[in-house]
Design a binder for this molecule. Structure first.
Ligand SMILES: [Ca+2]
Length: 132
């Protein structure tokens, strides 16, 4: 076999490109806040899997596995103990961090973000029992 000797030149370890989290403007922050409030059907300040599933059905269709995976993605998105990482509830902090991670390296226009959020909000509203 005529294998040539391949010289391996030591590569200078280039630092991996830093993931660019979605830019969080005041407007987007407010939108996330509104969305969270609507998804939080029992208003206890956190989203459980049930609340999340009802709202997320609009994003992922009715694929329970996908929604559950997404829920755990968010639940582990918090960066500190305060946000209750992996405790089965999504805090607002996890929701914000999760959304920024979800849209990482994606250049979204405000319009795109707006329409994605609106889809969730509309669905959340449809889930609300009509006030009597
Ligand atoms: Ca809740």
């Amino acid at each position: 076999m005529g294998c040539g000797v391949s010289k391996s030149t030591p590569k200078v370890a280039a630092p991996p490109p830093k993931p660019r989290l979605m830019e969080l403007t005041d407007e987007r922050h407010q939108m996330l806040k509104d969305t969270f409030a609507i998804m939080d059907a029992d208003k206890d300040g956190s989203l459980d899997l049930d609340e999340f599933t009802k709202s997320a059905a609009g994003i992922e269709g009715h694929d329970v596995n996908k929604i559950t995976a997404l829920f755990h993605f968010f639940d582990s998105a918090g960066d500190n103990a305060r946000s209750g990482k992996n405790d089965g509830k999504l805090t607002f902090d996890e929701w914000v961090v999760g959304m920024r991670k979800l849209y990482v390296n994606r250049d979204m226009t405000d319009e795109q973000f707006d329409s994605e959020m609106k889809a969730i909000v509309d669905l959340g509203k449809a889930m609300q029992p009509s006030a009597s």
